[in-house]
Design a protein around this ligand. Structure first.
Ligand code: NOJ
Length: 577
């Protein structure tokens, strides 16, 4: 795009830090993180160069899905604190020039929410239509079946039978997370009321959970059969980016606009940027940006999250190139992330967590990610290079619903297939959500300084080597490297935030390199994704000088005669001439 036409915005220039409240910092010794714990670490987050903090859900919840099952949107889960604590947290952020985002989970509620309790109590309840109810189907043998063949995200049917009313209700996630019926106007009014409630308390915006699932094709048709050996099928064709999605988003967007608030929507099951652009194009008035899933899904096999799939650098490059150029060319915007509470640790998943490589790999991923075009998201622990749970930990010690359901289903279906069980355990260790949910590693004291009591989720034993105390303010650490990258984005906004993106060497198997350019000034970013040295030839038009290097994870580069000798996981960014 012509660079004079670029639309600048404060939210494009921000760096965001994501907190998983249960695992961030426990202030009262009950083994569960809490809001006062977060408040006690605001200076730490600020020192990283963060502008916005987003916390995963902290509302009242029975915690079937770690707070993504909300039973009261205007109250706080008691072990985390109170509404007054949230107000103090907001103030603590604002006092330091940071903003605070809540997680808005409104595709579904908890089955303990009073709306659902009412809805379930009788077919005549005024709340009945707040959820999605359907009559059973009967098969050839006269056996009762769910209304359609959709599978829930974590196994089984997406429908739960309610005997007293002889109807099923829809739940795309766990049965304890019934889907709201957004077609029903009072539901949308209630959501708008929640949005205003928190904005009025000073919250600066929201991350919107699975927000592209809120509009379903009203007929709720059977899904095409794509998993041949399974009864229930992925139904996303009929609920991801459904017919009224943009109408609903616009309603929310207009409230957010009144408050000049931030928004990022989570949007799984869509890979077409044209579809996403409808929600994030600058002038649409819907959302600022969304999380797409293409990178984090690239190593997921056909049989679901814990089936393997090899990924290659050309695949990763095609994904990045597609989203970068499409959004720059079409006035949209990207979010940039590799980790969050649903993904494992990038160092272990796509790099190497061997002690000799993990610091380099963590810095390499920071360089690869944060100098692209988009708003950067750093997930707690990523800034110190935290790694996955060790393979020795048995699945029985994992806590996450998604992992435990998948494992249970596997053992039921393949009780004697030890090889498949071994592979699946390996994939769980590589990709399970538990990897991101181990306690934040603050120092070398017991439980990594997270709590004085045994944590709700066992700590990762690596805390003795990987912890914040040994990194914050310490030259050469992953923390300080991340801080320097975030500073770099701000120091050269034209290039790193608003500049064009060009992928280099699309087919190279080991090196990810790209340029960012603004009005004739170019920066080149070069990263080696391998634990072996790699020789890489620079594009003919680009020459590099040591004095132009902006950041380097080895503290210097080796480029002679247009050839870069890259050391294991080496990464650098430099102005190019
Ligand atoms: C996406 C959230 O990130 C995940 O943690 C949650 O389990 C599902 N949505 C359901 O709310």
């Amino acid at each position: 795009m012509a660079q004079s036409a670029i639309k600048r915005a404060w939210w494009k220039e921000c760096s965001i830090y994501q907190i998983y409240p249960a695992s961030f910092k426990d202030s009262n010794g009950d083994g569960i993180g809490d809001i006062p714990g977060i408040i006690s670490k605001l200076d730490y987050i600020k020192a990283l160069g963060i502008d916005i903090i987003w916390s995963c859900p902290i509302y009242k919840s029975p915690q079937v899905d770690m707070g993504y099952d909300i039973s009261d949107y205007k109250d706080i889960y008691a072990p985390y604190g109170t509404v007054a604590d949230v107000e103090e947290l907001i103030k603590g952020c604002h006092d330091r020039g940071m903003k605070f985002l809540m997680d808005l989970v409104v595709n579904h509620t908890s089955d303990q929410h009073k709306w659902f309790q009412e809805a379930k109590s009788s077919k005549d309840s005024p709340y009945r239509d707040w959820y999605i109810w359907k009559k059973p189907k009967y098969d050839a043998e006269g056996k009762r079946q769910p209304p359609n063949n959709w599978g829930a995200m974590w196994g089984g049917s997406a429908w739960e039978y309610d005997e007293p009313s002889d109807e099923y209700y829809l739940h795309l996630f766990a049965p304890e997370q019934p889907d709201l019926n957004w077609e029903h106007t009072p539901v949308r009014d209630a959501v708008h009321d929640i949005v205003r409630f928190w904005l009025d308390k000073g919250v600066d915006g929201f991350r919107l959970d699975v927000i592209n699932f809120i509009s379903k094709v009203p007929e709720l048709p059977d899904a095409p059969i794509t998993r041949k050996d399974q009864v229930y099928q992925p139904g996303d064709k009929y609920f991801a980016c459904g017919p009224r999605l943009h109408e609903y988003l616009l309603e929310i967007g207009s409230i957010l606009k009144e408050y000049n608030a931030f928004s990022v929507g989570e949007m799984p099951c869509v890979q077409d940027p044209k579809e996403i652009l409808k929600a994030v194009a600058f002038d649409r008035g819907e959302l600022n940006m969304i999380f797409n899933f293409e990178i984090v899904d690239m190593d997921i096999g056909d049989e679901g999250k814990f089936s393997p799939r090899p990924w290659t650098m050309p695949i990763l490059k095609r994904i990045v190139n597609k989203w970068q150029n499409f959004m720059i060319d079409n006035d949209g915007w990207n979010s940039l992330y590799l980790e969050n509470h649903d993904q494992s640790r990038s160092v272990s998943r796509w790099g190497s967590d061997l002690p000799e490589f993990r610091t380099l790999a963590a810095k390499m991923f920071a360089t690869f990610l944060a100098l692209q075009s988009g708003t950067v998201f750093v997930y707690q622990g990523q800034e110190i290079g935290m790694i996955n749970i060790p393979i020795e930990r048995p699945v029985s010690e994992y806590k996450d619903l998604e992992t435990l359901n998948a494992w249970k289903e596997l053992l039921e279906r393949h009780p004697d297939d030890k090889e498949l069980q071994r592979i699946t355990h390996q994939e769980i260790q590589l990709k399970s959500r538990d990897n991101a949910r181990t306690p934040m590693q603050w120092d070398t004291s017991k439980y990594g300084g997270f709590s004085t009591a045994e944590p709700w989720q066992k700590e990762n034993e690596s805390y003795k080597d990987i912890n914040a105390e040994s990194q914050a303010g310490v030259k050469g650490s992953v923390f300080e490297y991340w801080a320097s990258i975030l500073r770099l984005r701000k120091a050269h906004k034209d290039i790193f935030i608003y500049g064009d993106f060009r992928l280099l060497d699309a087919e190279h198997q080991d090196v990810f390199a790209y340029t960012r350019t603004f009005e004739g000034k170019t920066a080149i970013i070069v990263t080696n994704f391998r634990k072996t040295p790699v020789e890489w030839t620079l594009p003919e038009k680009i020459s590099l000088q040591e004095t132009n290097v902006l950041v380097s994870n080895y503290g210097g580069i080796s480029v002679v005669g247009g050839k870069a000798s890259l050391r294991p996981f080496e990464a650098f960014a430099s102005f190019a001439s």
